[in-house]
Ligand binder design. Structure first.
Ligand SMILES: Nc1ncnc2c1ncn2[C@@H]1O[C@H](COP(=O)(O)OP(=O)(O)OP(=O)(O)O)[C@@H](O)[C@H]1O
Length: 323
């Protein structure tokens, strides 16, 4: 898929040599007396798929809305495509793609008609390198809505509607795409196709920041996972890095004469070697399992909620120093 090479020639140009598409330092957000974000730090680079995880109410949507320029932050430094979102102009906004949790307008428009209309706003930002907007029929095919192109938006099924929402988000071939729970309500096949679409966009240099509650999806899609809990980013790394840091131990399972055994060990290779030395071919059903992202996530969030890891130490405990 040929997608957005950064829209660097249109819009306010990003600073030269800037691979950092998002840069967030000590972001704070207070709603009346409630401190939701207490010092959030993270970055995202060009072409990265970054997945933001966190329990309900952790502040994921708030964070994304601040980055989109829809919500004024209480404090902190935020740069998105080289611009402070609080001062982003139309040209800056044209370089973003946004898919909100729910967008329920324009039900009477037909799919093709509305996408062509919305796409026309991006025409002034077209460059020799990247044609904007996305060709409407190509876009409709890319999100799997060819058969529904002539239908009214209000008559689409939930999953088709979600595909349509994504099409709206990418019609301008954005440099940076925000997706807030994009696959909620999609069936497994549609979800899989959507994952292919996101990877294709990232391969074309689009940076994607996505929230989800689906840990398998995070594991599959993310170049990097951020966990937001207790008002801070408490973990930042690949799924594998997070699992390794949160749980040094692996679980080894095997059978001997049909009887099941299980052992937790920090040195699974050595353990398995010993097992075969001692029992040879009598060992069956061998399985070595590191903690899954789900195990890791639940452990981290539970420890924060029960206070067994003080919030201010959590980031360190779970490896934020990697960035
Ligand atoms: N406009 C607002 N005024 C007051 N409080 C708000 C406002 N918007 C969000 N909040 C509060 O801020 C907290 C974070 O909300 P937010 O929607 O950012 O969380 P989230 O991580 O996206 O949650 P979810 O996973 O449930 O979508 C919640 O306690 C919410 O009630």
């Amino acid at each position: 898929m040929t997608t957005a090479h950064a829209l660097s020639e249109a819009g306010s140009s990003p600073p030269p040599n800037s691979d950092r598409v998002i840069d967030v330092r000590d972001l704070r957000m207070r709603y009346r007396s409630q401190d939701v974000l207490k010092g959030v730090d993270f970055t995202a680079r060009r072409g990265e798929v970054v997945v933001l995880l966190g329990p309900n109410g952790a502040g994921k949507t708030t964070t994304i809305e601040v980055l989109e320029g829809f919500r004024m932050r209480s404090a902190g430094d935020v740069s998105v495509l080289g611009t402070d979102p609080a001062h982003g102009d139309e040209r800056w906004r044209a370089r973003l793609g946004i898919v909100l949790q729910s967008w329920r307008d324009h039900g009477k428009w037909r799919v093709r008609e509305l996408l062509a209309h919305l796409g026309s706003y991006y025409a002034p930002y077209s460059t020799a390198l990247v044609q904007r907007p996305w060709d409407v029929d190509e876009l409709i095919a890319a999100v799997g809505l060819t058969e529904q192109a002539g239908k009214r938006v209000g008559t689409l099924s939930g999953g088709q509607r979600r595909r349509f929402d994504v099409a709206v988000g990418i019609v301008g071939r954005p440099e940076l795409l925000f997706l807030d729970e994009p696959t909620a309500g999609l069936d497994p096949e549609a979800r899989n196709e959507f994952h292919g679409l996101v990877r294709g966009l990232a391969d074309g240099d689009t940076t994607v920041l996505l929230t989800t509650h689906d840990l398998a999806e995070a594991e599959k899609l993310a170049d990097r996972i951020l966990i937001l809990a207790g008002g801070r980013i408490v973990a930042d790394g690949t799924a594998e890095e997070l699992s390794r840091k949160a749980s040094a131990e692996a679980t080894v399972r095997w059978t001997l004469d049909g009887r099941p055994f299980e052992e937790s060990t920090a040195e699974p290779t050595r353990f398995v070697r010993r097992l075969f030395e001692d029992h040879g071919d009598a060992v069956g059903g061998l399985e070595v399992r590191r903690a899954s992202l789900e195990d890791t996530y639940l452990t981290m969030v539970r420890e924060l909620e029960t206070g067994s890891v003080p919030e201010e130490r959590a980031a360190h405990a779970f490896g934020e120093e990697a960035r």
